[in-house]
Design a protein around this ligand. Structure first.
Ligand SMILES: *Cc1c(COP(=O)(O)O)cnc(C)c1O
Length: 378
């Protein structure tokens, strides 16, 4: 999608930052980087390539289609589509391409069985429900799962996985510990029969906050892109001290610089009226390319290294900034809506800042900017 927009705004992806963040999360052999949803908007294949160069042995993607795109790009690692195979075509693709789809209910297990071919091993990741309340086998179902796995020719349970619902919330620590306990019990039962099976429970928050629950494989996602899941909590420093770097910046050109007389207003709804003679820059990004309209008057940007407030209502393809206090802004200058070069004493807007202003999480900000803007890599 992001290759065919006509937008003048751009997403800049720093692959070096992603590589360094990967190194900050642990040893490459003990990680399965999560690159679902087009690598959280950063671009599936470029991100997979840089992580492959950094030693990644496995990838977690969302769909079988994403996994196929990685195989098409020549990546030979273990690939786990977290949503599982959804159609017969998916199952055939999973077998042909040697994927490791997630299996978390008996219907999926029977489909897996039906697609096992003589002489070809289908590896699967068994998903256990430990408290997320979404996908996976329950503890009660596990004996039957194990019996069935033993009876299917050509299936190999390569991994057992589960997912935390609130490992990022210090006040929910007891619940997280209970999830660890359940996962330990369920994975132990599987390991008795399949001793080679690899266990994986931790997302970023678990990887940072629960070293006792790392098992063989951790699955960091947001940290690879620079996000600290503990931001705003009492555990913020646990993530902050890793020195994660944001990998995405967003820029757009200044397309007009307008002098306003006192009393003149700007944009739809007249949210901004100049209190004195002012200068407003019009910047070519808007809600059509993920600059959320709810950010109107609630964010800032860097123009020529200086932080300036966004003013007036966000339009479909334009936003405005009050640049009265910075001299000589010209048409063609670059405004940085996220990240970008800052003068000493000036701070860029982070994806977290933008998420806070919107009442959401950085994951959503990254996915939407990355999905709706042309990406450039550096
Ligand atoms: C998205 C996801 C992750 C990564 O979570 P982060 O919070 O981004 O680290 C790990 N495991 C599963 C199953 C996921 O869906």
């Amino acid at each position: 999608m992001s290759d065919c927009t006509f937008s003048p705004s751009l997403c800049h992806i720093d692959l070096g930052a992603i590589r360094r963040n990967f190194g900050r999360m642990g040893e490459a052999h003990a990680l399965m980087p999560v690159i679902k949803s087009d690598a959280y908007g950063h671009g599936l294949v470029p991100v997979a390539r840089v992580l492959s160069d950094a030693g990644a042995r496995r990838f977690a993607v969302g769909t079988v289609s994403e996994a196929m795109a990685l195989r098409d790009a020549g990546l030979r690692q273990t690939i786990v589509p977290l949503l599982g195979a959804l159609t017969d075509v998916d199952w055939q693709g999973a077998v042909m391409q040697g994927l490791t789809p997630v299996v978390g209910n008996f219907d999926q297990l029977e489909r897996a069985a039906a697609h096992c071919h003589a002489g070809r091993t289908l590896r699967v990741a068994i998903k256990c429900e430990t408290g997320m309340g979404r996908l996976g086998f329950s503890q009660k179902e596990l004996p039957q799962v194990i019996d069935r796995l033993r009876s299917i020719q050509g299936i190999e349970p390569a991994m057992v996985i589960s997912h935390f619902s609130c490992a990022d919330m210090p006040e929910q620590e007891a619940y997280t510990q209970e999830q660890v306990r359940r996962f330990t019990a369920m994975s132990d039962a599987l390991r008795e029969v399949f001793p080679e099976i690899e266990r994986s429970l931790c997302n970023t928050a678990g990887t940072i906050g629960r070293p006792e629950a790392h098992f063989e494989v951790c699955r960091p996602g947001i940290s690879l892109y620079g996000g600290n899941p503990f931001t705003g909590t009492t555990w913020e420093d646990k993530g902050a001290k890793l020195g994660l770097e944001w990998a995405m910046s967003v820029s757009a050109p200044v397309i007009e610089v307008r002098q306003l007389a006192e009393g003149q207003s700007v944009s739809y709804g007249r949210l901004f009226t100049a209190q004195k003679p002012s200068v407003v820059a019009v910047v070519a990004i808007g809600y059509a390319t993920a600059f959320n309209r709810a950010l109107s008057t609630r964010t800032a940007m860097l123009v020529n290294g200086r932080r300036v407030p966004q003013v007036g209502r966000v339009c479909m393809g334009m936003i405005m900034a009050d640049v009265t206090n910075i001299p000589q802004v010209r048409v063609g200058d670059t405004a940085w809506l996220v990240g970008g070069p800052a003068d000493p004493g000036q701070t860029p807007v982070t994806p977290q800042d933008m998420a806070d202003a919107l009442g959401t999480i950085s994951y959503e900000v990254l996915c939407l900017f990355g999905g709706m803007n042309p990406r450039v890599y550096g």
